[in-house]
Ligand binder design. Structure first.
Ligand code: ADP
Ligand code: ASP
Ligand code: MG
Length: 410
């Protein structure tokens, strides 16, 4: 008998039929003699719908109005509360004893950073007792309870994190992430149709792919798995094919130079012009962005008229308002400069641990893009990743070209 944590994402629990399918799969695991703790997401689209309604109301009198983060968490947590109960009811109908648990009841303790809370501890609540009593426990993903007793959520896609963290907390034998694709592919199969399923991938590569826009796994979930060495499998809830195992790096993984391509179409470019060109200016701007919780990736600085500096950087589109506001505030304190949102871009990244030991990868990437007349606006790299910012209109074409150019379908 093994203890298995299974996570079912939004598309897998989208409607009554899909929830029945999930219940059948859980029943099958129970019938094989295993203990099962399940994490579910909200029904596909529900979280987005709730976000849209909240924004509409927040912008009643100010087009830049943003809903209060604490109320957002109270609202967004509803989506998962619905699916845990429905899944438990579906299991009851199959004669399987099951009980649902909110994040708070499952002992997901977080800090107080509403909408992006970090897990402090997972006590598991009474889950071990319920499992021992022969019940399937269905836990609401994405949500926790803060130090001051408030409902929190752990960032979009956060049910992945709930699953990995629960697997660590319960010391589960297996952690399975069920989704609407068969695993982690060499690129998003919806953008690059000839993308290939990867059998095994390292935490490091998965983390880079996730951070660079491959939404098949939430980046924070991968980070947590790596830190706590939770091996997990990404697989389909629609068939029984083997998925992708995510685990620590094995020596053979270095033979592959490029493992995958990530595409992020949710990026924006912000330009800061006429920044006083003196030591400390850039530090002040980026400190303000950090304090506002804005993650900046690519940065370019050049000298403009009269010796003043111009800075251009990329942020997630969701952070544009917060970023511009934060920079404008610090600029007015410094007595000069202007911050402006200058347009949407896409980011294409190639990732592979083999890049550490192979030269010329950047040159190949740039010539593939040049051959397809894709203009590179900015570049950033890590030891195992190269990213370029390009025109949003070129995004899909560039991802396909890079995938083909590095022969990732082979
Ligand atoms: P869930 O609701 O199960 O959490 P998500 O929609 O969050 O599912 O993630 C699955 C989606 O991730 C897939 O439908 C696919 O379009 C997308 N995706 C992006 N990059 C990749 C990749 N490299 N491999 C597989 N899927 C990817
Ligand atoms: N329902 C949440 C979201 O849409 C969490 C998740 O699906 O993982 O972001
Ligand atoms: Mg997801």
């Amino acid at each position: 008998m093994a203890l298995i944590v299974q996570k079912y994402g939004g598309t897998s629990v989208k409607d009554v039929d899909r929830i029945r399918n999930v219940a059948q799969r859980i029943k099958q695991t129970v019938d094989e003699g295993h203990q099962v703790a399940v994490v579910v997401s909200a029904r596909g689209g529900v979280t987005n719908e709730l976000v849209t309604r909240a924004r509409e109301l927040a912008q009643t009198s100010d087009p830049k109005g943003q809903p209060d983060d604490r109320e957002m968490d109270m609202l967004l947590a509803c989506g998962e509360q619905e699916t845990i109960a429905l899944t438990a009811i579906a299991l009851h109908a199959l004669g399987i004893p099951a009980i649902s648990r909110l994040g708070s009841q499952a002992g997901f303790k977080t800090d107080t950073a509403h909408t992006r809370a970090r897990i402090r501890e997972i006590t598991g609540g009474d889950i071990p007792d319920q499992l021992a009593a022969g019940k399937v426990v269905i836990v609401a993903g994405f949500q926790g309870l803060s130090d001051d007793g408030e409902i929190t959520t752990m960032g979009r896609g956060g049910s992945d994190l709930s699953a990995v963290a629960l697997a660590a907390g319960l010391k589960a034998d297996l952690c399975q992430i069920y989704t609407d694709v068969e695993g982690v592919y060499t690129a998003d199969p919806r953008v690059v149709p000839n993308a290939r399923k990867i059998e095994e991938i390292s935490y490091e590569e998965m983390l880079e792919l996730a951070s660079m826009g491959s939404k098949v796994m939430q980046a924070r979930a991968v980070e947590f798995a790596q830190k706590h060495d939770v091996v997990f499998e990404v697989r389909s809830s629609f068939n029984h094919n083997p998925g992708t195992i995510v685990k620590s790096e094995a020596p053979s993984m270095e033979d592959v130079v490029v493992s995958g391509v990530a595409l992020d179409k949710n990026q924006a470019k912000i330009a800061v012009s006429d920044l006083p060109d003196k030591p400390g200016s850039a530090a002040k701007v980026f400190k303000a962005l950090g304090d506002a919780n804005v993650i900046v990736d690519m940065i370019v600085q050049n000298i403009g008229r009269g010796g003043a500096a111009n800075l251009t950087f990329t942020v997630s589109k969701d952070d544009v308002h917060r970023a511009v506001e934060a920079v404008e505030k610090v600029l007015s304190e410094m007595g000069g400069g202007a911050a402006n949102y200058v347009g949407d871009i896409a980011k294409v990244s190639i990732v592979g641990v083999g890049m550490r030991s192979h030269a010329g990868v950047a040159a190949t990437l740039f010539s593939i893009l040049a051959d397809h007349e894709v203009n590179i606006q900015m570049i950033s790299t890590s030891e195992i990743r190269i990213s370029v910012a390009i025109d949003l209109a070129d995004a899909d074409k560039a991802a396909q070209a890079v995938h083909d150019g590095f022969e990732l379908d082979q």
